[in-house]
Design a binder for this molecule. Structure first.
Ligand code: GLC
Length: 751
């Protein structure tokens, strides 16, 4: 039986129902059930009204065909077997075997395996391409050394991108239960995905290439809002800087040693017995003064806030939680108690509106003394001394007035906590951009928080793993991601620290963090050589901040990752498809870190085109592998021909000084085009149009460079006044024109 709806179709057969919704010409939602139930969207899906395009439905004896501008979706009316075809009728993806299999404890969908590569899956160990692998999604506090056999980490993104020579698509399984994926590990014929509970509710996301798939995926799950600029600066953390004098000393040393740094983190020891929203009376006696001092040195402060609330009747947060019934319950309806840092603790049920509101108020009050951002940790939620490392699966949460089990709530718990935190920060500072860092997450987290990859170790293997992990997180819609620089657990060596910071300054989120009891990990803790190199590279990052900020702007508009695999930019070049140890920062910079000890050179693949060494200007022809020299104080970084890169002077922290002048580097090529974005870097005024957008273009022909500098949008008046152009690697320049006029000074004054 076929029924047409406003959004698509409903087909019923043998007690089963299939709902197909057309979201865009390239995004189709499939929901299959054998129950009388509605489709359940998780928090991953951004709530908005879709602009549903025209589509046609054709019916034959056995089949129904849904036709959009770009897709032909063919459904067997009896078996619900689905085939997705492109507009020419070429199969992109089709079910395999029995297709969808429904059960009470498990739902599953089989697909014919025709992909050469799979990417995405968020925060997973191992390498970039996930073909031939299997894993599950269940947010887990994994303290054992992460390696390729580690299947569960802190975050869950049930999303992947499938690609072969002809087609690229993504599938997002919008199901928050523990999910599983077998991407050709079991068979060369098929792959499957599913979950231990919940629904077969997935989105088929088509695109011309990976770029478009990611853009379409983030159309569904949302895009990052612009972060405060300081959150793109260098950040220093340790478990824990204590007492307050130590915090001040670390901050001061950054300034004395002239190593740029914007943020200092306070880990769990700032609290009184690990009670959230309190300060330790002995070690942080004058915390208000400390916060003031840090502010006067230009430091932002981010404090850790874990979900576990200490079970202590004398403690206001616990009392309020109990009195108002805010905590997660066990299966008998009794408040659940589990052990975390403060000992026995209860866990706010962030899925409830009233709980989020309460928590938001706590956050708002807490940050008033001068805290700038919040760090959410242990939010899987982690629980000590349990076999599962978390709370029982039959614990009870309440979502939209309905009781749901922890099985369903577990993977999304962190997103709701981050949402509560974000709303709290916005309540206190209504026109300031909130900053939240999270360890656990579900798809869609980019709308609330930045992520870091949890407890890595001071191992070269983890410096390497940072690359594919962050790249797959980026492809999964979260552009704001980083790893603990130098490694969390274990003693970092001088050489490892150097190699790590050299690479990390080119990653979206830059923070050094290390565990209690490990060797000091401040840049100066390793001697002069490391200190000098750390200074040099941190400054390189600060010079690049306008370029990096532009990438966040692009991420906010299109969902593109800031740090991306080479295949994202060069999909047509097969050599890039599996590269996991090089990455791109935007489309112009290619970074090839040294991630092994005692190496002063490494192999680098450069995709087709001409490339220039970012530091020496040496010219390389792409489409080749090179052995590139990289003594300890350098890292191979390359710029693409025709690149335009906007830079500024390196400050000690982003708000240290106004940026009067920006430098526009133009790299030799026949032409280039770039969009530069600028605003105040901290308020929400940009949402009201208070920002500047410049289109910069150049053409180079016969020794003449023609530069166009166009103010596309100009509403922010405190931006840089002067843009100075620097021509890189052009050997002969006879004439330079800016906006049609021949110039001697390569600069333009913006009015
Ligand atoms: C967890 C976090 C780590 C933090 C520690 C103490 O292990 O992952 O970053 O330092 O808890 O709060």
């Amino acid at each position: 039986m076929l029924q047409r709806t406003v959004e698509g179709i409903v087909v019923r057969s043998e007690g089963k129902k299939l709902e197909l919704r057309v979201i865009t010409d390239k995004i189709v939602n499939i929901f299959v059930t054998d129950k009388e139930e509605k489709r359940r969207d998780t928090i991953a899906i951004e709530k908005k009204k879709y602009d549903i395009p025209d589509f046609n439905v054709e019916e034959s004896k056995d089949k129904v065909l849904v036709l959009t501008k770009d897709l032909k979706v063919e459904i067997d009316k009896k078996t619900f077997f689905i085939t997705f075809k492109d507009k020419d009728g070429d199969v992109i993806n089709e079910d395999y075997g029995e297709g969808v299999k429904l059960g009470d404890s498990e739902v599953r969908c089989y697909k014919k395996l025709r992909e050469d590569h799979f990417y995405g899956f968020g925060e997973k160990a191992g390498y970039l391409d996930k073909k031939g692998e299997k894993f599950e999604m269940w947010n887990t506090d994994e303290f054992m050394t992460h390696n390729q056999t580690t299947k569960l980490l802190y975050e869950s993104y049930p999303f992947f991108i499938g690609m072969n020579k002809k087609h690229t698509y993504g599938i997002f399984l919008d199901n928050s239960f523990r999910s599983f994926f077998n991407m050709g590990e079991e068979s060369e014929e098929y792959y499957y995905f599913g979950a231990y509970g919940g629904q077969i509710n997935y989105y088929f996301i088509y695109g011309n290439d990976i770029k478009e798939v990611v853009e379409n995926y983030t159309y569904l799950t949302g895009r990052i809002e612009l972060p405060p600029l300081w959150a793109l600066g260098n950040q220093q953390s340790r478990y824990s800087y204590t007492p307050q004098e130590k915090v001040l000393e670390v901050a001061k040393t950054f300034r004395e040693k002239d190593i740029p740094c914007d943020v200092i983190y306070l880990d769990i020891d700032y609290m009184e017995g690990y009670r959230v929203f309190t300060w330790n009376k002995d070690t942080f006696k004058n915390y208000k003064e400390m916060l003031k001092n840090l502010k006067s040195m230009g430091f932002k402060v981010v404090t850790i806030v874990d979900p576990g609330v200490k079970r202590d009747y004398e403690y206001f947060v616990y009392r309020e939680g109990i009195e108002n019934d805010y905590f997660v319950k066990d299966k008998y309806g009794i408040t659940y108690v589990g052990k975390v840092w403060p000992g026995e603790a209860c866990f706010p049920d962030f899925l409830q509106d009233k709980v989020r509101k309460w928590w938001g108020e706590k956050i708002a009050n807490f940050v008033r003394d001068g805290i700038d951002g919040i760090w959410n940790d242990m939010n899987e939620p982690a629980v000590f001394e349990t076999p599962t490392k978390t709370m029982p699966e039959d614990n009870i949460h309440i979502l939209d007035g309905e009781k749901i089990s922890h099985r369903e709530a577990h993977n999304v718990y962190a997103n709701y906590m981050a949402l509560a935190t974000k709303e709290g920060l916005l309540k206190e500072r209504t026109n300031e951009r909130p900053f939240i860092l999270t360890r656990a997450a579900f798809a869609g987290i980019q709308r609330y928080a930045a992520m870091w990859t949890g407890d890595n170790r001071s191992l070269y293997e983890h410096l390497l793993m940072m690359m594919p992990m962050l790249m797959n997180v980026g492809l999964s819609g979260q552009p704001f991601a980083g790893a603990d620089v130098g490694g969390f657990e274990g003693d970092c060596s001088e050489e490892l620290f150097i190699r790590w910071i050299e690479a990390a300054v080119f990653t979206p989120f830059l923070r050094v963090h290390s565990a209690i009891g490990t060797k000091d990990q401040e840049p100066w803790s390793f001697g002069k050589r490391a200190e000098d190199i750390a200074r040099k590279f941190t400054k390189i990052r600060y010079e690049l901040l306008p370029y990096i900020y532009d990438l966040f702007y692009e991420a906010s508009k299109k969902g593109y990752p800031v740090m991306r695999p080479l295949v994202f930019e060069y999909q047509e070049d097969e050599n890039t498809h599996k590269i996991y140890d090089e990455f791109m920062l935007g489309q112009n910079l290619l970074i090839a870190p040294v991630y092994l000890p005692s190496k002063d050179r490494r192999e680098v693949y450069l995709p087709s085109g001409i490339w220039y060494d970012y530091f020496t200007g040496e010219r390389y022809e792409g489409g080749n592998y090179y052995l590139v020299e990289a003594p300890i104080d350098t890292i191979p970084v390359f710029v693409k021909e025709g690149a335009i890169i906007v830079k500024q002077k390196p400050l000690s922290y982003v708000e240290e000084d106004r940026i009067e002048e920006k430098v526009v580097e133009i790299y030799r090529g026949n032409r280039g085009k770039y969009v530069h974005y600028e605003d105040d870097g901290k308020t929400l005024d940009y949402k009201k149009g208070v920002y500047n957008l410049f289109e910069i273009e150049f053409e180079y022909f016969d020794g003449e460079i023609d530069i166009k500098f166009d103010k596309v949008h100009f509403r922010y008046e405190d931006g840089a006044k002067k843009y100075r152009f620097v021509l890189k690697n052009f050997d002969e320049v006879k004439k330079v024109k800016i906006n049609g006029e021949e110039v001697e000074e390569y600069e333009i004054v913006v009015k």
